[in-house]
Design a protein around this ligand. Structure first.
Ligand SMILES: C[S@@+](CC[C@H](N)C(=O)[O-])C[C@H]1O[C@@H](n2cnc3c(N)ncnc32)[C@H](O)[C@@H]1O
Length: 289
């Protein structure tokens, strides 16, 4: 006789897309919103089903309600970890919105380095707050190294890269990427900071990988870092949040920014001008003044 989970698997596989009731969707979307701030509107129903149904079938849940009950009772936290791994969108690529990297290298870093140098301080602290699979923080580390040149060894602060998805962070830590994801990267970076590790894959060199510290961190929680950051990149994550969630996060980021420090957000995002504690500098760039 087949085990029960296998019977369910076979049956549901034959049925195609699983069904989710309005009440099941409400429960799961509220859980995701409360824990992670991700706002799953009704339009995202089919996305939720497509991202979770394989898990439900493999694990033998008969419907989304039994899966939800499991999430509530699971004391290990593994269920929620897997949920956010599947629900979060980790899309990113090297050299995304490149004017930010140019601005960082040509405007922000020279100004900051000069200010800190005057105090014999080499502690430049950067935080990439939605690092996904690592392309963005590695890009920042490459820009930093290019800017610092021979003085790079004096750089103390380092680069913190966080995300809520531990699956994305595992990819990030390896730093291995297929050639096609490097299409947009200017050749200079590929030549200087990558090594070919197979026919179709490149790995970020150790020097750059060692500059970046990856940590799991939920942007919905309080900032628990010891020191404030001079530069924060928090790009293309607030698009998944509603206004109150975004406002709360922006205030926490502000509190975690050094005076005169910068916040970069995605170009398709905007901070409400009335409530925003930062000063607007350019599209997608804000400053704590
Ligand atoms: C679309 S990616 C953006 C990646 C990169 N910043 C960029 O602009 O290319 C959004 C990332 O935000 C992360 N994320 C979503 N909600 C989060 C939360 N509450 N805390 C931390 N990270 C979160 C997701 O896991 C995902 O990797």
């Amino acid at each position: 006789m087949l085990p029960q989970a296998q019977v369910i698997n076979t049956a549901t596989a034959a049925l195609g897309m699983m069904n989710i009731t309005d009440s099941e969707f409400k429960k799961i979307s509220e859980l995701v919103y409360t824990r992670y701030g991700i706002n799953l509107t009704d339009k995202k129903k089919s996305l939720v089903v497509s991202r979770l149904q394989k898990l439900l079938r493999t694990e033998g849940f008969v419907n989304f309600d039994s899966y939800y009950q499991h999430l509530l009772s699971d004391k290990t936290g593994k269920g929620l970890t897997e949920l956010v791994n599947r629900i979060s969108t980790n899309f990113t690529y090297f050299w995304r919105e490149p004017d930010h990297f140019e601005h960082l290298k040509n405007v922000v870093l020279p100004e900051l380095a000069q200010k800190l140098k005057a105090k014999n301080d080499h502690d430049i602290r950067l935080w990439c707050a939605a690092a996904a699979t690592g392309e963005e923080p590695y890009m920042l580390a490459m820009v930093m190294r290019d800017f610092l040149g021979a003085d790079a060894y004096k750089w103390k602060g380092g680069l913190l890269a966080t995300d809520i998805s531990d699956r994305a962070l595992q990819v990030a830590q390896k730093g291995i990427y297929p050639s096609k994801t490097l299409n947009k990267l200017p050749p200079h970076y590929l030549k200087k900071y990558f090594k070919k590790v197979s026919d179709d894959e490149w790995q970020v060199v150790d020097e750059i990988r060692n500059d970046v510290t990856f940590r799991k961190f939920n942007l919905m929680g309080p900032l628990t870092f010891k020191k404030k950051f001079h530069i924060i990149f928090c790009r293309n994550v607030m698009i998944y949040f509603d206004v109150p969630t975004k406002d709360g996060l922006v205030q926490r980021l502000y509190d975690g920014t050094e005076d005169e420090g910068y916040l970069y957000i995605g170009h398709s995002e905007a901070l409400g001008r009335n409530k925003c504690p930062y000063k607007y500098v350019n599209p997608a760039l804000y400053r704590k003044i």
